[in-house]
Design a protein around this ligand. Structure first.
Ligand SMILES: NC(=O)c1ccc[n+]([C@@H]2O[C@H](COP(=O)([O-])OP(=O)(O)OC[C@H]3O[C@@H](n4cnc5c(N)ncnc54)[C@H](OP(=O)(O)O)[C@@H]3O)[C@@H](O)[C@H]2O)c1
Length: 436
């Protein structure tokens, strides 16, 4: 499709990867060529599409004559002015992005694994130094316009905290556990059968995927370079049906959260862990595979962005938005702001201040409560409320604490675990978002 554009210009695009996202992207560029040209100020022409196997079967809308296995050649082709990287992973994606940036070609990518890696941090710096766009709206929370909202709409805002449900698989699993009272393993099998979880679910359920997104959010919301290796990470595999049920009884919902926040001493805390959110919190209502990001700003107050965090078409939609921006900037001789810099100090997890929910399986014997309470007291972890349930083998003590130092809570749990009267630590889950 050719359409008249204000500049009458055509910009050549090199597409790297033609899987779920790449194939959807090629479809949108074709179907919406006219409106996209008007927005971008130039017609976009796909010069080539790099794939691993050009002979493999493709959707009918993918022009076969554009397929190539020579990704490097495509990036270096003088006809390619803008590069879209939707291969995924570190290699060869990282090298291809570097070649493009060094040649002064803007890059749009959906690759959270690359962006959050130490190599990705270097690439972001390189883009900033060269004044070339490296845009990655699609890398966090798929179709949800998050990067642009934080970078541009909220650029004058003092953001205090950003917390998100940024992994659809784990949110699907936790939602189902709550609905069905079923244990993690059972629900994981169901999620795999329905295509909501991979055969190897490690990246999702152990929080690696969310940690990459938390690292990227630290850059976008706070302007700091953080790699995923610096993110404190805990997944959902230890959460049991009984924890979900007890949390609910106390008025909470368990979610896997990616949290980036400024602490009072000026440090930055970047972390991923299961958290108990009050039932009334807007994030608590985000169910199934949906994503949402909750932003707390000094002047703007509370905002929440909600939508589909994955899927070829939603993700490609975000890629197209970036592509239009990159082309517009290129025609104007500008680049998007890339203010990443070193964080003042990353808060070690042990220094985090947070209230906790702790459940202990105990023997049903007089004096147990006093012994347990003394351990909390010895470590300056102050108890807000306590409940006892069950008798005999089923006896359980449930505690909500006041704000406590993470390190002190861990020490408390270590000592409790060694007490004769404690059979096991059932759960120890941080509480987030309580009013006051
Ligand atoms: N899918 C989603 O919902 C989603 C959401 C958000 C972000 N993302 C991100 O988007 C990116 C792409 O994801 P996807 O789901 O579209 O992946 P995908 O379906 O696995 O597609 C990957 C594509 O890259 C090509 N490729 C692999 N190795 C290559 C190489 N060495 N040289 C050239 N091409 C190569 C593959 O070629 P063949 O087709 O020949 O195998 C395939 O076309 C990833 O970074 C992912 O994290 C995806």
């Amino acid at each position: 499709v050719t359409s008249a554009t204000p500049s009458g210009r055509t910009v050549g695009v090199g597409v790297l990867g033609c899987g779920s996202v790449g194939s959807a992207l090629v479809g949108i560029l074709n179907d919406r060529a006219g409106p996209i040209a008007v927005q971008a100020g130039a017609r976009l022409s796909v010069v080539g599409i790099a794939v691993r196997d050009p002979g493999a079967e493709r959707a009918p809308h993918v022009p076969r004559d554009l397929l190539t296995s020579d990704a490097k050649g495509l990036v270096s082709d003088p006809a390619v002015e803008v590069v879209v990287e939707v291969i995924g992973g570190l290699s060869p994606a990282g090298e291809l992005v570097r070649i493009a940036l060094e040649a002064g070609k803007p890059v749009v990518t959906a690759n959270k694994a690359l962006l959050a890696s130490p190599e990705g941090v270097e690439l972001r710096t390189l883009a900033g130094e060269r004044g070339v766009d490296l845009l990655y709206e699609a890398s966090v929370a798929g179709a949800i316009p998050l990067v642009r909202v934080l970078r541009e709409s909220l650029t004058g805002e003092h953001v205090r905290r950003v917390m998100g449900i940024v992994n659809g698989t784990t949110n699907f699993i936790l939602t189902k556990m709550g609905e069905q009272g079923a244990d993690y393993g059972e629900v994981l099998a169901e999620a795999q059968a329905l295509g909501f979880a991979e055969a190897d679910p490690t990246a999702d359920v152990e929080g690696f995927d969310a940690a990459a997104k938390a690292a990227i959010l630290a850059g976008v919301a706070f302007g700091y370079d953080v790699a995923d290796t610096d993110v404190y990470r805990q997944g959902i595999t230890a959460i049991r049906a009984v924890d979900v049920e007890v949390a609910e009884r106390f008025g909470y919902v368990i979610k896997l959260l990616a949290i980036v926040e400024r602490t009072d001493d000026g440090s930055l805390s970047v972390r991923v862990h299961p958290a108990m959110l009050p039932r009334e919190h807007p994030l608590a209502g985000v169910r199934g595979a949906f994503n949402a990001v909750f932003i707390e700003g000094e002047a703007a107050g509370e905002l929440m962005l909600y939508g589909q965090g994955a899927g070829g078409l939603p993700t490609a939609s975000a890629v197209v938005g970036d592509l239009i921006d990159a082309v517009r900037n290129r025609l104007a001789g500008a680049a998007a702001p890339a203010p990443d810099r070193q964080p003042p100090r990353l808060l070690p997890a042990s220094e985090l201040l947070t209230p906790y929910f702790v459940s202990l399986d105990v023997v049903d014997r007089p004096g147990v409560l006093a012994a347990v309470a003394a351990v909390f007291g010895d470590h300056s972890v102050s108890i807000r409320s306590m409940e006892q349930e069950g008798i005999g083998d089923e006896a359980r003590l449930l505690f909500l604490t006041h704000l406590a130092r993470e390190g002190s809570v861990r020490e408390t749990l270590e000592v409790l675990e060694r007490l004769d009267v404690v059979e096991r630590i059932g759960a120890a889950i941080r509480i987030v978002g309580d009013p006051g």
